[in-house]
Design a protein around this ligand. Structure first.
Ligand SMILES: [Zn+2]
Length: 69
């Protein structure tokens, strides 16, 4: 995962950070996959639900993620 990927995910990360639903958002790479958001022990995993796409980003995108650690 590089800086470039982060730019692609930005709109989705903004929605997550703002506590909005991502149900209406599509994967910024394949434009078909839905976005899965999984709370991890330290941070949040955001991924495309299409296995053949497989793009994901993991980090602390939400205020509660930052507060955890
Ligand atoms: Zn995708």
């Amino acid at each position: 995962m590089g800086e470039d990927d982060f730019i692609y995910w930005q709109d989705i990360l903004d929605a997550i950070e703002g506590g909005k639903s991502t149900s209406g958002l599509k994967c910024p790479f394949c434009y078909e996959g839905n976005i899965l958001v999984t709370k991890k022990e330290r941070g949040t995993l955001v991924q495309c639900d299409r296995p053949k796409c497989g793009h994901y980003i993991e980090g602390r995108f939400r205020s509660e993620d930052v507060a955890d650690g």
